[in-house]
Design a protein around this ligand. Structure first.
Ligand SMILES: [Cu+2]
Length: 504
């Protein structure tokens, strides 16, 4: 994805060039599954700390800040309906190693630099355990959150959400997977165990010495840049890994954990992915996808059958280059797993179920020479009064009116939703006259976007409508762009689910 105009960046130090590294020399690591503490089956403790890890055989260890001692952190395995608690002690050193911009909201001078707070993306949790961005804590402190897991099987993920420095903490490595399973999914006989492989994709820039690089603007007192995209793609923490596979079906659970990079994935043998799930769980039926587009924050659950590729190597490409290799073993094997024709029914909302439509703009504000200085949701800053107060138990349509040249992946905490449609806009009518004028007909979501979502690509210059039921908890949550540089610079707003008796 391209910004219309990037702010000028200061000259970068010499960079690591992944094209000059030996490809496919490191096996794909699989993140360890987190173990409960002692004898308490549902209690975990995952420290947030500094460590060094090898991103490639020929690169010296890289400093990271993350969960446990790996990027991604340990995977949480949870069952639907079985609550767990996680203590997240902050054991980081006091000084941040990436460039804080003290002009950003919540990032003023004098705060602990290595503050953090954890959010489980896609989890339906009480507000006190959701990782409110201002509920960060500094080194030496800790927080214990409770996760009820009262929701369907899905691939969620946990990551930092600290106000104003989230992009830096996540770039430093603060992300991990959180899998919820349930009996319905178990009954489908999908590939499991060693045949279910998570792929956590994160693009990064590294200095020639293998250390993380986060660029800065040319303004020494305002280092924020509008988007962080790197030339190196880590998959489960490795550059250009390979995976030995058997000629049979595999289930790949893909997360885009990048700051700003959109991935456009394909297989070099031309085989499509059979997509079986998206952000919030299984699709109604598999969808064949030859190019899988996945924005920051989104997940894709896909099945690949390697049965016809005995002894072959297959590349996973992110247009235009390879980022990983599958090596299919030389002998045929039995494959007892299934790719069912139908998966999980998804009852579609009808528009008439919504009690109101909120029209919410996504806007970019530039300085006099056309450099973006902030992105706002509905023209409002973080600290303005809460304007979105859905009533518990009701359904609303949120129409995201994107006046910018960027597609913004918009994430709502607490809820799952469905995409209704997208429709091109006469942007100038909206910007100059505050009038919504459409261009042409509305088009439906892509077939692989017709399941439950928690993050939606709000297309540049278009209206994107989602329909949301606000369920289970009242209280304050946030909604934001998942391009982290945007989120850190005002593209995040609070919303509050209120009890019906408080309805105006
Ligand atoms: Cu954005």
């Amino acid at each position: 994805m391209q910004m219309a105009h990037m702010p000028p960046m200061a000259p970068a130090p010499p960079q690591l060039d992944p094209a000059k590294l030996a490809p496919f020399v490191d096996p794909l690591p699989i993140p360890k599954v987190a173990k409960p503490i002692g004898t308490r089956p549902n209690a975990y403790r995952i420290p947030i700390q500094e460590f060094h890890a090898k991103i490639h055989r020929d690169v010296a260890p890289t400093r990271f800040w993350g969960y446990g001692n790996s990027v991604p952190g340990p995977t949480i395995e949870a069952r639907s309906g079985e609550a767990i608690s996680i203590e997240w002690p902050n054991r980081l050193p006091p000084k941040h190693f990436l460039p804080i911009d003290h002009n950003l909201m919540g990032a003023e001078k004098g705060l602990p630099e290595s503050r953090t707070v954890v959010h489980v993306h896609g989890a339906r949790v009480p507000p006190a355990s959701d990782g409110w961005p201002e509920s960060w804590y500094g080194p030496g402190k800790s927080a214990t959150y409770r996760y009820p897991n009262e929701q369907e099987a899905a691939l969620l993920w946990y990551h930092d959400h600290a106000m104003g420095i989230n992009r830096l903490n996540m770039c430093a490595g603060m992300a991990g997977l959180y899998v919820i399973r349930d009996a319905f999914e178990d009954s489908l006989n999908l590939p499991k165990g060693e045949y279910e492989i998570p792929l956590v994709l994160m693009d990064r820039m590294f200095r020639a010495d293998g250390q993380l690089y986060y660029p800065v603007s040319q303004l020494p007192d305002a280092p924020w840049v509008a988007e962080y995209t790197g030339n190196a793609v880590l998959i489960n923490g490795k550059l250009l890994p390979y995976l030995n596979v058997q000629p049979r079906k595999y289930r790949l659970r893909i997360l885009n954990a990048s700051n700003a990079r959109f991935f456009f994935l394909s297989l070099d043998n031309g085989q499509p992915f059979q997509q079986i799930g998206s952000d919030q769980g299984l699709l109604p039926a598999p969808v064949a996808v030859s190019r899988l587009d996945i924005a920051p924050g989104e997940r894709a659950d896909v099945v690949i059958d390697f049965a016809e590729y005995v002894g072959k190597n297959i590349l996973l490409n992110n247009v235009p280059s390879a980022i990983m290799q599958f090596r299919v073993a030389n002998e045929k094997v039995a494959d007892p797993s299934a790719l069912p024709q139908t998966l999980r029914p998804v009852r579609r909302f009808t528009e008439s179920e919504a009690i109101l439509t909120r029209r919410l703009t996504l806007e970019e504000f530039d300085n006099l020479i056309g450099e973006p200085i902030a992105h706002l949701l509905d023209g409002k800053h973080w600290h303005e009064p809460i304007s979105e107060k859905p009533v518990l138990g009701t359904t609303e349509i949120w129409e995201l009116l994107n006046t910018t040249d960027d597609t913004h992946p918009i994430h709502l905490h607490l809820v799952r939703f469905q995409i209704l449609d997208r429709r091109l806009l006469e942007v100038s009518d909206l910007v100059y006259n505050e009038k919504v004028v459409y261009r042409g007909e509305a088009f439906p979501p892509e077939p692989n976007e017709r399941g439950w979502k928690d993050t939606v690509r709000a297309t540049a210059g278009a209206s994107t409508r989602i329909i949301v039921k606000f369920e289970r908890y009242t209280g304050r949550y946030v909604w934001h762009c998942h391009i982290l540089e945007h989120e850190d610079n005002e593209m995040m707003r609070p919303y509050e689910v209120i009890a019906p008796r408080h309805d105006k």
